[in-house]
Design a protein around this ligand. Structure first.
Ligand SMILES: [Zn+2]
Length: 436
C-alpha cells in the first residue's frame, strides 16, 4: 500500500508541501492554521472578541496549548448573540439553520462563504475518489435539491472526480426510492444508515430484481455491525463510514480500505477529545466527546466546538499507509439511560440488536421512564413474524435482556406500516419522562 489509495497526496498539495506529507508536516500546518484562526476570530467575530475568558496573549506554541482556550457549545450557535460570524452578511453564500433536537424550536445558525464551500467540495471529490472509480454511477441518498446542501455538494465533488452522481428521491416513499435505485443500478451509493438499511432490506424482501452495489458511503455518528452485514449480504457492498455534521462543513472523517477508524479531514479540522462532563482534554486512545476547531473557515470559525458526538483518536499509523489521524466513533454523548437502576444502555446496542433481525426494514425506539417504564419499539417489516423475532432477540440479547430485567422495563414491540418515518434521519432513542 503506497498511499495512492489514500488522501495523503491531496493533503500534501493542499497544505503546501508538494509531496506525501509527514506527520510533522501536518502538525506544523495545523498549528499555523490554529493561530491564524484564533487571531482572525478574535479580530472579526463579535462572539470571540467579547469573550472574557480567553488567555492573553493567545499564541499557541504547541498544538496542545489549544486546551487553554474556552470551549464553544451548540447553545452559543443557537443564541447567536453576540454573533460568531466573522464577515459582513453580504459575503454569505449560504446561511444554514439546523433545528436542535427536542421541541424547543431553537435553531443553530451557521454561515459559509464561497471558499468554505469550495473546501468541502474538494474534500468530497478527493475523499470519494478513494472509494469510487471515475466513470461509475453513484446514487446519492441525501436531499440534494437545495443548492449547497450536503447532497448537492457531494454530487459536485463526485462530478469533479469523473463519476456520474444521481440523486435518489428520498422525500417520498421507500418503494419509490427502491424503484429509482433498481433503474439506476449504481456502482456505489451514499447515504445515512437508516436510509441505506431500509432500502437494502426492502429490496431483499420485495421480490424484485437483486442489485449489486460495490461500495457504500455511510454517514453517521455510529454504524452498527448488523447494518454493515445487511449491506454486504443484500448488495455485496463494502461500507465505508463517514463522520461529519453541518458544523464540520459536512465532511469530517472517512474510513479507508483498512476499516480501522476514520481518517480525519485534517486540512480543515483540528480534533480533540474531551471528558464529556468536565470538558478536560483526554489523551489519544481515550473515549470522550469530539471537539472541533475549524482551520480555514472564514464565514463562521468554530473554536473548540463541542459536537455532542463521542469517539476517540487513534494516533498510530494506519495499515493503509496514511499518516492522517484516525477517529473511532462512539455514538452520541449523553444518550438515554434507564430508570430503575438498570444503568445506562448505549442506544447503539439496541439499534444493532433490532436491525440484526432478518426482515427488519426500519424502526423507532421510545423509552418511557419512571413508573410503568417501557421500551416501545415500532418495527416496519414485510412479515408479521418479524415482530415476534425482534421481541425474542431483545429479550435474549446478552446486554439488552438483563438491562430490561434489572431496570424493570416492559418491552412492547409493534408492527408499523410504512412509511411512518422520514427516510433521511438519524435514528435516536426517544426518551419520554414519565412520573416517578
Ligand atoms: Zn487508513
Amino acid at each position: 500500500m503506497s498511499g495512492s489509495g489514500t488522501l495523503d497526496a491531496w493533503v500534501g498539495r493542499t497544505i503546501g508541501v508538494a509531496r506525501l506529507p509527514t506527520r510533522d508536516d501536518i502538525d506544523a500546518y495545523q498549528l499555523r492554521c490554529l493561530n491564524e484562526t484564533i487571531a482572525y476570530a478574535r479580530s472579526q467575530s463579535p462572539f470571540y472578541r467579547l469573550r472574557t475568558d480567553w488567555p492573553e496573549p493567545c499564541e499557541l506554541v504547541d498544538l496542545s496549548d489549544i486546551a487553554r482556550l474556552p470551549l464553544t457549545t451548540a447553545d452559543d450557535l443557537v443564541r447567536g448573540d453576540p454573533s460568531l460570524i466573522a464577515l459582513p452578511m453580504r459575503d454569505a453564500v449560504r446561511l444554514v439553520t439546523i433545528p436542535t433536537s427536542g421541541t424547543s424550536g431553537r435553531q443553530k445558525r451557521l454561515f459559509f462563504t464561497e471558499a468554505d464551500i469550495e473546501a468541502t467540495v474538494a474534500y468530497f471529490e478527493h475523499g470519494m475518489a478513494t472509494i469510487v472509480r471515475p466513470g461509475s454511477s453513484v446514487a446519492v441518498a441525501f436531499p440534494a435539491q437545495r443548492p449547497d446542501s450536503v447532497g448537492d455538494l457531494l454530487m459536485r465533488g463526485l462530478t469533479r472526480l469523473g463519476a456520474f452522481p444521481a440523486a435518489l428521491p428520498v422525500d417520498g416513499s421507500l418503494d419509490r426510492m427502491v424503484d429509482a435505485l433498481r433503474e439506476l443500478r449504481p456502482a456505489a451509493i451514499a447515504g445515512m444508515p437508516v436510509t441505506l438499511g431500509a432500502a437494502a432490506r426492502r429490496m431483499e424482501t420485495d421480490g424484485g430484481l437483486p442489485l449489486r452495489i460495490e461500495t457504500a458511503l455511510v454517514s453517521a455518528d455510529s454504524v452498527s455491525p448488523s447494518f454493515k452485514a445487511a449491506l454486504a449480504v443484500v448488495w455485496g457492498a463494502e461500507a465505508f463510514e463517514h463522520w461529519g455534521m453541518t458544523e464540520t462543513g459536512y465532511g469530517g472523517a472517512l474510513a479507508c480500505e483498512a476499516h480501522d477508524g476514520l481518517h480525519v479531514r485534517e486540512t480543515d479540522l483540528y480534533l480533540e477529545i474531551v471528558d464529556g462532563s468536565s470538558g478536560r482534554p483526554l489523551p489519544a486512545g481515550q473515549e470522550g466527546e469530539i471537539v472541533v476547531t475549524t482551520l480555514r473557515r472564514r464565514g463562521l470559525p468554530l473554536i473548540r466546538y463541542r459536537t455532542g458526538d463521542g469517539g476517540r483518536i487513534i494516533d498510530d499509523r494506519c495499515r493503509c499507509g496514511s499518516v492522517l489521524r484516525r477517529l473511532r466513533l462512539g455514538g452520541r454523548i449523553g444518550e438515554p439511560g434507564a430508570a430503575g437502576g438498570g444503568g445506562r444502555l448505549p442506544a447503539a446496542i439496541i439499534d444493532d440488536a433490532i436491525f440484526a433481525v432478518d426482515g427488519v426494514i426500519d424502526f423507532s425506539v421510545e423509552l418511557r421512564t419512571g413508573r410503568g417504564a417501557r421500551l416501545a419499539v415500532g418495527v416496519m417489516a414485510a412479515a408479521p413474524r418479524t415482530i415476534v423475532d425482534v421481541r425474542a432477540a431483545l429479550l435474549r440479547h446478552p446486554i439488552v435482556g438483563p438491562w430490561l430485567q434489572a431496570a424493570g422495563i416492559d418491552l412492547a414491540v409493534e408492527r408499523v406500516s410504512g412509511p411512518p418515518f422520514s427516510l433521511c434521519r438519524k435514528r435516536r432513542v426517544t426518551v419520554v419522562c414519565g412520573e416517578d
